[in-house]
Design a protein around this ligand. Structure first.
Ligand code: ADP
Ligand code: GN1
Ligand code: MG
Length: 364
């Protein structure tokens, strides 16, 4: 059903034509996303309209400055190439020229061209899709390598700082404000058993073995659009967390969200599996997209990154469960605990098969 507020806000953007409707769209956990349709001189043209979640993104204007800079860089690098307007997001400016607009309640909105004839998948089906997604995120990393100018803003400080995520978890567990810890005994014990892995990537960065790069930081599978005909990666989306980070944060999140055929919130944990052929295709695609820019340590730690980022995000789901579901959108009781369980099961599989995955990387 059309959302009245979103249709009203749409009129504040410099769109051509008449607003037809705006309906909730997509499966994102953070922002409110709408599919907006306009009648543009007799043709229906689609856009993505989003209300930013400002309880999570506390400095939306700085965030939009990052997004605008990144997209201007992408546009200049893609200029003149085939399909350039599908291969990077394009912001529609507000009527006052800013890259966003604010409504009467002070909420921040932005509008993008809709990427047509492409799909963002929640579950990856084939190794060919894995190669395509890996290549797209790798190419995005390499595209951003020479963005230049000042350091990008940190839109969420300590986003992939796993030790800091552990400290937040410890505090949530100590407070247990919803009396839910008793429902998550096994998961809490699992955290205790592997918490020692948390600082490894940041320690290696501090020691100079892993470089800081401009990274996407939210490279889950449904944040890349694959072409409906060729299956190739078309466009990386969801740019809110682009900031300084590590390539392994990106590769790790891609592993987390792609290697298992089960949904992130699947309740039957027998369905959580580690598809090694999918992992191999992700590695090949990502390395091809990166085009030689990763160092030896970054390549060797690709299997470990999958395990660490999956642990970190499972930990965030568990923390949110303990805190009363205040961060991720949820649709049912225990939703965050279900999500945590799939992540932790996958961590177990990634740890059990770590040597085999290392052989996969060495063979590429
Ligand atoms: P969230 O931060 O909430 O995950 P996203 O920016 O990822 O929000 O958008 C949610 C979903 O909307 C995406 O997974 C994708 O399916 C769809 N989407 C977002 N931007 C576009 C776009 N420009 N064109 C087509 N679909 C899009
Ligand atoms: C969120 O925005 P979305 O749905 O693509 C989250 C990620 C998590 C992911 C888990 C800003 O991603 O960090 O890995 O959910 N984004 C933010 O599915 O917290
Ligand atoms: Mg998203």
């Amino acid at each position: 059903m059309t959302n009245i507020k979103a249709s009203e806000v749409a009129r504040d953007f410099a769109l051509y034509g008449d607003v037809l409707d705006a309906v909730p769209y997509g499966n994102g956990h953070i922002n409110d996303t709408y599919l907006l349709r306009c009648n543009q001189a007799g043709t229906v043209v689609r856009y993505i309209l989003q209300r930013l979640n400002t309880s999570i993104f506390r400095e939306p204007e700085k965030l939009m400055e990052n997004v605008s800079r990144v997209l201007a860089h992408c546009a200049s690098r893609l200029a003149g190439q085939d399909d350039a307007s599908r291969r990077a997001l394009t912001l529609v400016p507000a009527r006052d020229g800013r890259p966003f607009c604010c409504d009467a309640e002070g909420a921040y909105w932005r509008c993008y061209l809709f990427i047509e004839n492409a799909t963002s998948h929640d579950i990856l089906k084939t190794p060919a899709q894995a190669f395509a997604a890996g290549e797209a995120f790798g190419a995005f990393l390499s595209l951003l390598a020479d963005i230049g100018g000042e350091r990008l803003h940190e839109t969420i400080p300590h986003f992939h700082d796993t030790p800091s995520r552990l400290a937040t978890f410890d505090a949530a567990l100590a407070a247990d404000c919803r009396n839910r810890a008793a429902l998550a005994k096994d998961e809490i014990a699992f955290v205790a058993s592997i918490r020692h892995i948390a600082p490894r990537l940041l320690d290696l960065q501090a020691a100079g073995a892993i470089p800081e790069r401009i990274t996407h930081n939210d490279t889950k599978l449904n944040n890349v659009m694959l072409d409906d005909v060729s299956g190739a990666g078309v466009c990386v989306i969801d740019l809110d967390t682009i900031m300084p980070g590590q390539s392994l944060f990106d590769f790790g999140d891609l592993v987390r969200s792609s290697v298992s055929p089960a949904a992130e919130d699947e309740r039957d944990l027998r369905k959580v599996q580690l598809r090694q052929d999918v992992f191999a295709a992700l590695v090949k695609g990502y390395l091809k997209g990166c085009d030689g820019c990763l160092n030896k340590t970054e390549v060797e730690l690709m299997p470990f990154a999958g395990q660490l980022i999956t642990f970190e995000i499972g930990l965030r789901f568990l923390t949110d469960f303990l805190q009363g579901d205040v961060y991720f959108k949820t649709k049912r009781d225990g939703h965050n605990l279900d999500r945590c369980r799939t992540q932790f099961r996958l961590v177990q599989l990634l740890r059990e098969q770590e040597e085999a995955l290392q052989r996969v990387v060495a063979a590429v």
